[in-house]
Design a protein around this ligand. Structure first.
Ligand code: PXG
Length: 283
């Protein structure tokens, strides 16, 4: 396996970072999780835009141009013969010292890992997921804008632990006002009376690339979509419920907090959007 580290590809065994990297010391950095379908990097421009915007917000200068980054991503994909897989792209603040000051870090560290991975089992898509509402909130926007895909995932990890403890597949996280934000690594959609609803990004979610694609596909298919704040009640009485994310793509939810969603199997609109997403991703 070849890993991109800073300026080029190295063997997995040589792909090491310093214990003084601020990414490790403080979670000071950003990342993207990107899919590869048929050897092509999915929604690459949208991912790079999000990465560069995250960098701008945390005042990190990515030490590459957009085109150099694309080239590095494709070189890593090709070097590992990735056809259908997953890329983890990371930019840390780089090597510094003990102490928070990020400006003593000389150069951000760029890491790209690409592999042929099966992220979720096929059976889960047929059966659907069980989810639970968890007490850990999504980031307050005044603490860290939730659109920044930073290396600080501790509250999402806390949420994931709470889901695992409850034997659930995903955690539904709320914002500080009690509105639905998102799942620990996915965005949330419901269907009620034939209308698709998803919380606005301002409710405290990541501006998911899969979410953006699903919104476009739904509009194209003539499905009415409304972005509005959702409550736990809305999730409990939804006809259909699904999650979107680079790893999960479109996956149905069939139970929340012990309440069965719809008929207890992924509903027709969920299936339709999963199919449209599948066709679009592989086209
Ligand atoms: N919310 C959060 C908090 C995420 O981390 C999404 C929503 C969905 O966004 P995208 O852009 O992927 O549609 C994410 C993305 C993993 C993994 O390894 C997690 C994500 C993406 C890929 C892999 O669990 N999270």
């Amino acid at each position: 396996m070849k890993i991109w580290l800073d300026n080029g590809l190295v063997d997995k065994e040589q792909a090491k970072v310093s214990v003084f990297d601020h990414g490790l010391l403080y979670g000071d950095g950003i990342f993207e999780g990107i899919r590869v379908y048929g050897g092509k990097i999915f929604e690459l421009d949208a991912h790079l835009k999000r990465l560069w915007e995250s960098a701008r917000v945390i005042r990190l200068d990515i030490p590459m141009t957009w085109d150099q980054m694309k080239e590095a991503l494709y070189q890593t994909v090709r070097a590992n013969n990735v056809i259908d897989g997953y890329i983890r792209q990371i930019v840390t603040r780089g090597i510094g010292d003990l102490g928070l000051n990020p400006f003593i870090c000389q150069r951000p560290c760029v890491i790209i890992i690409a592999g042929n991975v099966q992220l979720y089992e096929e059976e889960l898509y047929e059966k659907g997921l069980k989810v639970v509402s968890v007490p850990t909130c999504r980031n307050h926007p005044m603490a860290l804008p939730p659109q920044v895909k930073s290396l600080n995932y501790l509250n999402n990890i806390m949420a994931k632990i709470e889901a695992i403890d409850a034997h659930a597949g995903e955690a539904i996280m709320y914002n500080n006002e009690g509105y639905v934000a998102e799942a620990s690594g996915d965005n949330v959609f419901i269907v009620k009376n034939g209308v698709l609803y998803t919380p606005p990004v301002q409710a405290g979610s990541l501006d998911g690339i899969t979410r953006q694609v699903v919104l476009r596909l739904a509009a194209k298919a003539g499905l009415p979509v409304i972005e509005k704040n959702l409550t736990r009640f809305d999730l409990y009485v939804a006809d259909e419920f699904f999650l979107t994310g680079s790893a999960a793509e479109v996956i149905g939810v069939v139970q929340i907090d012990g309440r069965t969603v719809g008929q207890g199997t992924p509903g027709p609109i969920t299936r339709q959007l999963r199919k449209l997403f599948f066709e679009y991703a592989r086209s």
